[in-house]
Design a binder for this molecule. Structure first.
Ligand code: ZN
Length: 475
């Protein structure tokens, strides 16, 4: 009987101790602003290559339109197209007062960001996780009165390209994961965007900056290891948009709105131009057709749309903040207002179908396959992927887990795994209980048999009540 008991106990304990994911998986979302999908093709990037070998690499990803920094980053954090999350531009503006705020100042205007869509930090925290953010656009704002529990934004006139600071920030983020047990952190680097704008995407300066990014990717993985995080930390590295070379006069006929016959700024109440290749116009009452007809077809590389005519695929129309006329230029061109004032050699903000607007994507960690290269997908799908790994219920979003699920080693979420753990505990306890019942039955039967034999031996009827009592117990 003893060997049966031992076997039973062994089985029960093996179920209780079955390998399950006892520690929740963590996610680090990193954006290297303006890192185009093919920037690793003309530069040696040993660390990015190693990351692809140890994890997943997508050929490229497609950002939402409008392909500029704040709107596309907010898509990473929410999984919503820009018309749905409402952070439609880097610049806050007021069409009545005609005020505009540049990118950095807009980071602090709560109403611009807190616009009905919750970023992943808040959703994670509401479901019992801990979230943080370092320099990621949207970090400085609160959402329905809540903020990421650990956060830091860059000071004004911040030097976005200092490699030493990048390393310090990396160690800070890893420290937050280890010491404060955060589950999710978004982490932003302002390069290679700055260098791409200034020198152009084909410049040796951009190549040098990509080397710096690559060294930093190596440092990030090394720091994760040193902080004891590699076993449960998933690192996703991507960007907000790509970069395209701008051509100057002499090479091309530049787009300058005042040079277009029939167009006048006097017909507008408000405009957002001189911002790379994109623009938005609010004509004065009754002037919409005049403005539209003057601009439509005026330049072979200028696209002019009434808001309601915008191609559906761009998902950039159905929001009150989007102005009635939307303009964008083909790659190589920018839209100037009165005269050319834009001198960047590289720009973004073009159609998201243009290959030069596509960012890169790498992911590594226990949730991801190793040495897997996947096809392109839209960046709206990164949000449901992150929620899945974290085991949280996503908010309503425009992404689909099906678009990225094949990158994961298992479709089981942390929550599923926790459910499995519970089931295993119950099965284990049931096994132990079953074992105890069997032991009880065997022992009691043994006792009954013993008593019966005793009763047979003494043929006196005075023992009968005791015998009855025992019988009763055995029932
Ligand atoms: Zn950007």
């Amino acid at each position: 009987m003893l060997w049966i008991a031992s076997l039973w106990l062994l089985w029960a304990s093996s179920i209780l101790g079955a390998p399950v994911n006892k520690q929740r998986q963590k996610v680090l979302l990193i954006s290297f602003d303006g890192f185009r999908w093919d920037y690793d093709r003309d530069v040696d990037t040993p660390n990015l290559d190693k990351m692809a070998k140890d994890g997943v690499k997508a050929l490229y990803v497609t950002p939402p339109y409008l392909t500029i920094t704040s709107p596309t980053h907010f898509t990473l954090l929410t999984g919503r197209y820009i018309e749905n999350h409402g952070v439609i531009h880097n610049m806050w503006f007021n069409t009545t007062t005609t005020e505009k705020m540049p990118y950095y100042q807009t980071l602090f205007i709560n109403e611009w960001w807190d616009n009905g869509t919750l970023p992943i930090w808040i959703t994670a925290q509401r479901q019992g996780l801990k979230a943080g953010s370092l320099h990621f656009p949207g970090t400085a704002s609160s959402y329905q009165g809540q903020v990421a529990m650990v956060r830091e934004w860059e000071p004004p006139l911040y030097n976005y390209k200092n490699e030493t600071t990048w390393r310090e920030n990396t160690d800070k983020v890893m420290g937050w994961f280890r010491d404060q047990d955060l589950d999710f952190i978004s982490f932003y680097f302002g390069e290679p965007d700055g260098t791409g704008h200034r020198y152009g995407p084909d410049s040796p300066e951009r190549q040098e900056m990509v080397k710096q990014v690559d060294r930093t990717v190596g440092y990030i993985r090394q720091s994760a290891e040193q902080h004891g995080l590699s076993g449960h930390l998933n690192i996703i590295i991507t960007a907000d948009h790509g970069m395209s070379t701008v051509y100057r006069n002499g090479l091309v006929e530049e787009i300058t709105l005042t040079k277009i016959p029939g167009f006048s700024f006097g017909d507008l109440s408000f405009h957002l131009v001189d911002y790379g290749p994109s623009g938005m116009l609010l004509p004065k009452p009754g002037m919409l057709e005049k403005v539209y007809n003057a601009l439509k077809g005026a330049h072979p590389h200028l696209h002019v749309f009434k808001k309601e005519e915008m191609p559906e695929r761009l998902h950039f129309a159905k929001n009150d903040r989007i102005l009635p006329i939307i303009l964008w230029a083909d790659p190589g061109y920018v839209i100037n207002g009165y005269f050319p004032v834009q001198f960047n050699k590289g720009e973004h903000g073009f159609d998201n179908e243009d290959m030069e607007m596509k960012p890169f994507f790498r992911a590594v960690g226990p949730a991801f396959h190793k040495n897997l290269e996947v096809g392109p997908f839209e960046t709206v799908n990164i949000y449901p992927l992150m929620c899945h790994i974290l085991g949280i219920q996503p908010e309503v979003n425009d992404g689909h887990l099906n678009a990225t699920k094949h990158m994961l080693v298992t479709s089981a979420t942390t929550r599923d795994k926790n459910m499995n753990l519970l089931q295993n505990v119950f099965t284990g306890l049931a096994a132990v209980a079953g074992f105890l019942v069997v032991v009880f039955i065997v022992m009691t039967s043994h006792k009954i048999l013993k008593n019966k034999r005793k009763n047979k031996r003494s043929e006196n009827s005075e023992h009968l009540p005791k015998n009855e009592k025992t019988k009763q117990t055995s029932l």
